[in-house]
Design a binder for this molecule. Sequence first.
Ligand code: PEP
Ligand code: MN
Length: 339
Amino acid sequence: MIIVMRADATQDNLRTAVERVESLGIRAHISRDTEQTIISVIGDQRLVDPQAIEALDGVDRVVHALHRFNLASREFHPQDRVIELPGGVRLGSSAVVMMAGPCAVESREQLQETAEAVRAAGVRILRAGAYKPRSSPYSFQGLGEKGLLMLREVADDLGMAVITEVLTPEDVSLVAEHAEMLQIGTRNMANFGLLRAVGNTSRPVLLKRGWGATLEELLLAAEYILAEGNEQVAVCERGIRTFETSTRFTVDINAIPALKQMSSLPVVVDPSHGTGRAELVAPVARAGVAAGADGLLVEVHPNPSQALCDGGQALTPVGFSRLMKEVQRVAGAVGREVS
Ligand code: PEP
Ligand code: MN
């Protein structure tokens, strides 16, 4: 439920409405933009009598949200939410934001070489995993804190920001210390303790869709982060599991415009995990941008056949710079630029 205040409502009117909601033991979350002030009612909505709220001074109307999520919804926040990243990068704006790098930090040399290549191609957000969520416990699990420090050093050296995955609530503060953006992987989309933990940081979060999750489940997961007070959440379509086995996952292109309609959160597409095949990454990246994605997350490796993780989907530096040019052309055709 959302309470929309009138344009001429006073601070006192707003305080009274919030106090009325909170007196029922329910949380009230205020959102203000240039056009309106909105109160999102978080908790058991059945306790609230909409007519009694509408009778309060300064209240314009009570809107029943179309969805089970409030803070992530378009009704609550009609404008696109924009996440500000270092270097003037704005995720959710007219520019398509590129995030690229290896699947995992393997060594200082591998990271440096990849980061230099993507930086030269125009990328300002470096991606790489230090903590890797592998399907098998016997696979390479990442370099952990050592990898995180390498990531920080290499990124600082090149003037880049870092996005990297955090796997457990215990690691959140360490990862948040070294990375500008926290990634929640597909396997952790519904790890509610972890969602709450990143919701309590001041770092932007990229929340990946669970490969078996509906869009509503994805946005409810985002709601966990938003409800903790962290408003900087972007969601990522990274492919869902279907009956198709010739690709690793199936990129749900529908999800991009659908998420943009349901929610004001930026939407990122990951064509690397979404296809699992390097030769399909650029075409699907182009499709993602054409469908309205706010950003792309792409895996690059200087020597894919030697990669410790996800080599089959990694682009070489040359392949990546070709992708950048193609994406720039598609972005231009739909009135966007690439940053
Ligand atoms: C990744 O980005 O490296 C990753 C593990 O992604 P996902 O959680 O989508 O599998
Ligand atoms: Mn990967």
